[in-house]
Each structure stands twice: as C-alpha cells, then as structure tokens.
Ligand binder design. Structure first.
Ligand SMILES: Nc1nc2c(ncn2[C@@H]2O[C@H](COP(=O)(O)OP(=O)(O)OP(=O)(O)O)[C@@H](O)[C@H]2O)c(=O)[nH]1
Ligand SMILES: [Mg+2]
Length: 235
C-alpha cells in the first residue's frame, strides 16, 4: 500500500516520540515515582488545581513539577511559590509537550535534586485540548481537566484526550449555579467516549472534590509502586 509522504512523516515522528517516552518511563520506574500528565484546554484550571494539590499532598509526599508553557514562566512561578521544585519547559511554537522536551526537563530537574527521592512527578501540559493527547511523555497516568464553562459537548467534539484519560476532572464546579449547563450531561458525554475513566467534580476555589481527587492520586501511586519489579527499579 502506498502512503502519502506526510502520513509517513507523521508516523515516524510519533514512533520516535514513543521511543523517547518509553525511555522516560524507564527512568520514572527506576526512581520509583508516579508521573501524572495534566492536560486540558487553556485556562481549565490545571495550575490552580496544582496549587491546591501540591500544598495538600506535600504533608507526606515528595513532589516536583515539569511545567509546560509556550512562552512564559508564569505558571512555574505560581507553583514555585507553593514551595515545590518546578522546572519550566518553554515549548515556543509547539502546542504540546513531547517526550524529548520532558527528557530535557528531567536533565534540569536532576541538577536540582535526585528524582529517586520523589513520590510524584507532575507534568502540566500546554493548554490545548487536542495536541497533548497525541504525544506520550512517558507518564503513568493521564488526567484531563474540563471546566464547566466549556460546555457539555467538548468530550464528544474533542474525544481523543477524554478517551485516553485515566481520570477526568470536571473543574470550576463552583460556577455551576451561574451557567446554563448540566454537570450530569458533561459526565454522560465523558462516559460515552470513555466508560472506564474515573470522573471527579472539583473546584479549586471552594475545595469541593479535592479529597476524592487526592485519594485517587494516592491510590494510583500505591498501585504503581506495587507493580514495579526489581528489574524495573534496577534498570
Ligand atoms: N471560579 C473558579 N475559577 C477557577 C477555578 N480554577 C481556576 N479558576 C480560574 O480560571 C483561570 C485559569 O486558571 P489556571 O489554573 O491558570 O488554568 P490553566 O489550565 O493552568 O491555564 P493554562 O496553563 O494557561 O492552560 C484563572 O483565572 C483561575 O483563577 C475554580 O475552581 N473556580
Ligand atoms: Mg497553567
């Protein structure tokens, strides 16, 4: 079968990315940490959620953040203020992080600390509802955020990210009383494209749902560590 050149290039690009992502994951496993990739459209609340979650989980977990942004370090500065190590990754024109960029971020992180002392490595992806879902970075879990202000049709219109997600957070639920949107419909549309994911309603403003979200994170960490084999840790 003859494939158009641009399709072949696209496949090669994704295969090279996948290879690097697997390499990143080998490092994560050797360091015995859980890596979570947070993805959403711009402004759905990734950084606001992290501000709350880092502060709450830091009581007993050691964490760092790789912070993807196209041009600024504004989010990295917000998260640094919480007192957690943050490495900004500026992507320039790219609308997503890829595995090579994350590998570069890891090199910088290793200049600050030994990642083997971490329990959790957060990746905040570039705000975009399409591209980040196409590029694995080696993460163990994908979490998609969808704010209630975006409308209930987004899981159906942009299914890839929601289909791939292990957990979908419906964010900004404090705004529901002011919007012509039904949270049940948002949830039904998420379930229509991905029946197996966990769905949690949260508000970074009021704190609603954060306990359930943090329990989910702790559960994933425990599962991830439990399934490591000595060969993976010594790799
Ligand atoms: N009402 C309300 N506003 C929120 C909530 N979470 C975030 N916001 C607001 O939404 C805006 C965007 O939040 P961010 O946390 O910067 O969103 P983000 O997903 O990190 O944005 P990008 O990194 O630019 O994609 C800010 O003005 C926040 O104050 C929430 O739970 N409720
Ligand atoms: Mg952000």
């Amino acid at each position: 079968m003859h494939m158009p050149l641009e399709d072949t290039l696209g496949l090669n690009l994704l295969a090279a990315n996948q290879h690097q992502a697997e390499h990143n994951r080998e490092h994560f496993d050797a360091w015995r940490l859980l890596c979570i990739n947070l993805m959403s459209s711009p402004g759905a609340g990734k950084t606001s959620l992290l501000e709350r979650s880092l502060a709450a989980l830091a009581t007993d977990l050691s964490m760092a953040v790789l912070e993807g942004d196209m041009t600024t370090q504004l989010d990295a500065e917000r998260l640094e203020a919480v007192g957690v190590p943050v490495v900004p990754i500026t992507t320039g024109r790219a609308c997503h992080l890829d595995a090579a960029m994350v590998s570069g971020g890891l090199k910088l992180l290793r200049q600050q600390l030994d990642p083997a002392c971490l329990d959790l490595l957060w990746v905040e992806n570039v705000g975009n509802l399409v591209c980040p879902a196409e590029f694995e970075v080696g993460e163990h879990r994908k979490v998609a955020l969808l704010s209630v202000t975006e409308g209930d049709d987004k899981p159906l219109k942009y299914p890839v990210m929601f289909r791939e997600a292990d957990c979908v957070l419906i964010t900004k639920t404090d705004l529901l009383p002011y919007l012509p949107v039904e949270v049940e419909r948002i949830e039904a549309h998420i379930r229509a494209v991905n029946p197996r994911c966990t769905v949690i309603r949260v508000s970074a403003s009021t704190g609603e749902g954060l306990e359930a979200w943090h329990s989910w994170v702790r559960q994933q960490l425990a599962q991830q560590i439990a399934q490591l084999t000595p060969a993976m840790v010594l790799a």
